[in-house]
Design a protein around this ligand. Structure first.
Ligand SMILES: [Zn+2]
Length: 321
């Protein structure tokens, strides 16, 4: 086990170090790619999991204070890589066990079938996992102002007079999820323009670099799934709803319908909107963690969130195959 949920504080450095160890341990199935650099010079990392020629993209940590998903998504990479590796061994053991059957042979068989499906999934798809798109915001929410090294950024953040454990912005005080150039985007001031941020540019580049079949963005605002796109035609929304329903069965999260898509007065510019409008492929937002959870989020949410969403990728693979 590499990703340790019992480690209370998971700094950016711990995150990077674990991502590197994961890549080394499963080097036949995981590739470590740096897709950009934050404004305070932290690498934005993507793990490519699988060998398939089709792509599914998962993203997390867009909002600094949502500190649970980045670690959970890293754990999901470990979980699937582990199943993939185990498949060969399990198959061998199973034929031996068939000669000397034990009472739990059925469970073992089921387990092996699951591993086989994961194996096939990762041969068909490569999962593009960006667990932490906004490393500066993550660090500010965990460690406050001292997490930022650049004095200009530090001054800017200080002037915002914020309770840092609730910090959702990046290192320049911009909300990444209101920075994507899509139909709903509106400027929030004279000097505000879309795709101004390094994190936004990094994700847009990944969107355009791969032919992505489906994109999921993980946030934490009460266990729910956002699928509806006002800016998209009915046929697109029907497909979104179909996927959302399947993911609802897996996660037991609530579906948010058309009225919940955008709050009144929202300035728009979300990751999923950009992806839908530019590629016409499914893009959903999955919100983890209890609605009334307070910031900083209790690290114990990692275990329950992992259980909630660990099979999402599996279900999605089956749906899209
Ligand atoms: Zn969020």
């Amino acid at each position: 086990m590499i990703i340790d949920f019992s480690r209370e504080k998971y700094s950016y450095e711990d995150f990077i170090s674990d991502a590197e160890i994961l890549t080394k341990q499963y080097n036949n199935i995981i590739q470590y790619v740096t897709i950009g650099e934050s404004h305070d010079n932290r690498d934005i990392v993507m793990l490519r999991l699988g060998t398939g020629r089709k792509y599914i993209l998962f993203c997390g940590g867009v909002h600094g204070r949502e500190t649970i998903n980045p670690i959970v998504l890293l754990k999901i990479v470990e979980f699937y890589a582990n199943q993939y590796e185990d498949y060969g061994k399990a198959k061998e053991n199973f034929s031996r066990k068939l000669r000397f059957p034990s009472s739990n042979i059925e469970t073992q068989y089921e387990h092996m079938i699951f591993e086989k499906c994961v194996y096939e999934l990762l041969q068909t798809y490569t999962i593009l996992m960006i667990p932490l798109l906004n490393p500066d915001g993550y660090m500010i929410s965990l460690y406050g102002l001292k997490a930022i090294k650049n004095p200009t950024l530090q001054n800017k953040i200080k002037r915002m007079k914020y309770n840092f454990s609730e910090w959702k912005y990046n290192g320049r005080g911009i909300d990444i999820n209101r920075n994507f150039p899509c139909r709903s985007w509106k400027p929030k001031g004279n000097r505000d323009y879309a795709a101004s941020e390094n994190e936004t540019k990094a994700l847009i580049q990944v969107f355009h670099q791969y032919r992505i079949s489906c994109f999921l963005d993980f946030h934490s605002r009460g266990k729910s799934i956002y699928y509806y796109r006002n800016s998209m035609p009915k046929v697109y929304n029907d497909k979104q709803l179909y996927i959302a329903k399947r993911l609802k069965n897996i996660t037991k999260y609530e579906l948010m319908d058309s009225e919940n898509e955008i709050d009144y007065g929202d300035s728009g510019g979300n990751t999923v909107h950009y992806f839908s409008e530019h590629f016409y492929k499914p893009a959903l937002t999955i919100e983890t963690v209890d609605e009334n959870a307070i910031f900083p989020l209790d690290y114990k949410y990692r275990t329950s969130t992992f259980e909630d969403i660990k099979l999402v990728l599996f279900e999605l693979g089956g749906l899209l195959l």
